[in-house]
Design a binder for this molecule. Sequence first.
Ligand code: NDP
Length: 248
Amino acid sequence: MLLENKVAIITGGTRGIGRAIARRFAVEGCHIAFCGRSRSPQMIAVEEELEHPGVKVKGYAVDVTILPDCQQFVEKVLEEFGHLDILVNNAGITDDAAIKRMTEAQWDNVINNDLKSVFCMTKAVQPTMWKQGFGSIVNISSVVGIGGNVNQANYAAAKAGIIGFTKTAVKEFGSRNIRMNVVAPGFIATEMTGEISEQLKNYWQTRIPLRRPGTPEEVANACLYYASELGSYCTGDVMHLCGGMEDA
Ligand code: NDP
């Protein structure tokens, strides 16, 4: 198993891509601490689905836009799991509008949830990883942060910001054997993209050479590569996981 007895924090593990990452890591023997904003029925369902002998799985209600809450979350995980090896910054939202109609609240909401959250959680795990001299952090960006997308200026800015943040962090953390990599998915079939109209889905699919959306499991496989020793010489990578999508 690739992650036997490792401990991973996965933000936004209650559904979609985060849930698939938690599932994939658990199959590899990893103990999972995941979060969502509340202790929802979905959170309990993930705990029940993934917990099995030899693998501890626990959901925490944490808002990853608030630094002290992230720091408390990491402290609790260390108390309850004993150590920490991996962080996957997956939590994110969309709140779309054209720039001319986008409100300040929409801008702040997405920048906080998609970009500030990565800063908060990285800052919360950094002292532990620094002290122990290892750690692997995977950040979920998006091809929209690379090529832009109409009505998503806030989301594109946040997801591009994750890449700049990562490129800087690898320079600050590399000497302590803390790796950080980015997975930038294209169009992945989850609840988030389920809200997109059929017309828009068709338009996107004409731009994907593989002619299909990706699956959360395919994103999880990429995260496994970077989180595990398979990716031991990778840091600062940006993997475009998009079926060959144009502009990505
Ligand atoms: P979903 O909307 O299905 O899930 C989002 C997750 O993030 C939920 O578990 C939600 O938990 C959690 N979350 C959101 N905000 C917070 C917060 N402030 N604190 C804690 N948890 C939070 O999204 P996806 O699975 O589709 O996307 C996951 C990631 O992948 C996101 O970063 C997204 O931008 C990115 N991505 C997705 C693509 C796609 O096509 N789906 C493409 C490219 C990137 P809860 O609601 O329980 O609080």
